[in-house]
Design a protein around this ligand. Structure first.
Ligand code: NDP
Length: 326
């Protein structure tokens, strides 16, 4: 019997994930179809209940249900527990297990960005939503010693810092107010800069003015596009990478969880590129771009200009944690 995998979100149109997963099933002869289910929050519990049936291999969960799905399932894995968000479901009989494959997706993107250089220990993260949680957890697990999170609404960044309080106890994780002068001074002390805001997703805007970007950073934008932010950073001399690698690897990790097989990465990457050329969007909402621009390749590795670790302790925040939406 043909097995089913569904993407549950609201709204979901035909997505890059669908194209990439179906191509992978077909290439490895897995008898399965990938469907998109547009389900509102009120419909979420019923949709999750349906997946318990034998007909399903599992599901992807996307905006706006990644956090809401947690109480509806039976168990969460370490990455899902650590981030408070689930983007992939698998079945154990009628029990549902929640995973967060954005975490290995980010780890793959970071590896590619850093290349053969020594792994840096300082990062600045812009944004404090669901994507930022996967990023910050990935940086903590990678052994970063200092991570500063800037967000438009400071209380949300402070909530994120508090959420990771225990897993970040050995390092410095700070929330700071979004002032350009403060960001500029933090950038002078950092090596890795990640845009986890949605600025640049639907318009040609950058979260930061080009003038404050130093020229020796490793810069990742989670947005699956050649954003203004990446163009400015590259023009300043930094090494840059867009969100394609993370999208591909979160999908590959989900594929392996459903099928127990290594994902056919090249097939999935080719399907992504083709779907993008046809104007499809990812489940995260990245514009596929009517004029597709290929993912940015790494240029020559920059010299390792890692700044000295700052030993100052992170201030504990008492602000209430805000709910992430993604
Ligand atoms: P959320 O909605 O959870 O968070 C959005 C973030 O963007 C918040 O930090 C928000 O700040 C900030 N933001 C939005 N608009 C503005 C603005 N006008 N000015 C300043 N800040 C703004 O979304 P996600 O975290 O799920 O996604 C964030 C981005 O990452 C999206 O572009 C998404 O496509 C991408 N993504 C890519 C993935 C991949 O595999 N490549 C995986 C996951 C996400 P505030 O809290 O102040 O509102």
């Amino acid at each position: 019997m043909t097995k089913r995998v569904v993407l549950i979100g609201h709204p979901v149109a035909h997505s890059l994930s669908g194209a990439m997963q179906q191509a992978a099933f077909d290439a490895l002869g897995v008898d399965a179809t990938y469907e998109q289910w547009d389900r509102t929050t009120l419909q979420l519990a019923d949709a999750v209940g349906e997946i318990r049936d034998d007909a399903f291999l599992g599901a992807n969960i996307t905006i706006p249900h990644k956090e809401r799905v947690v109480p509806l399932i039976d168990r969460s894995t370490e990455d899902a527990l650590a981030t408070g968000a689930v983007n992939t479901l698998t079945r154990e009989g009628r029990r549902l297990v929640g995973h967060n494959t954005d975490v290995p997706g980010f780890a793959a993107a970071l590896d590619r960005l850093v290349g053969r250089q020594k792994m840096p220990r300082q990062a600045v993260v812009l944004g404090a939503g669901g994507g930022a949680r996967a990023v910050v957890f990935g940086l903590i697990r990678e052994g970063f010693q200092r991570v500063v999170v800037f967000n438009r609404h400071l209380h949300r960044a402070e909530g994120l810092v508090r959420f990771f309080g225990r897993s970040a106890a050995h390092m410095e994780l700070k929330a700071m107010p979004w002032h350009e002068s403060i960001i500029e001074s933090e950038l002078a002390k950092t090596r890795v800069l990640v845009n986890a805001t949605s600025i640049g997703l639907t318009s040609d805007e950058s979260p930061l003015p080009a003038g404050i970007l130093p020229g020796d950073l490793l810069v990742l934008d989670l947005i699956y596009n050649r954003t203004r932010f990446l163009r400015d950073a590259e023009a300043a001399g930094s090494i840059v990478l867009d969100g394609e690698t993370m999208l591909l690897h979160q999908g590959a990790a989900a594929f392996s969880l459903w099928t127990g097989q290594p994902a056919p990465l090249e097939v999935m990457a080719a399907a992504l590129a083709e779907a993008r050329a046809q104007g499809l969007r990812s489940a995260e909402g990245e514009p596929a771009g009517e004029t597709p621009v290929p993912a940015i390749e790494r240029s020559e590795p920059a010299p390792d200009a890692e700044a000295a670790p700052d030993a100052e302790a992170a201030p504990a925040s008492e602000e209430a944690a805000a709910t992430t939406a993604g």
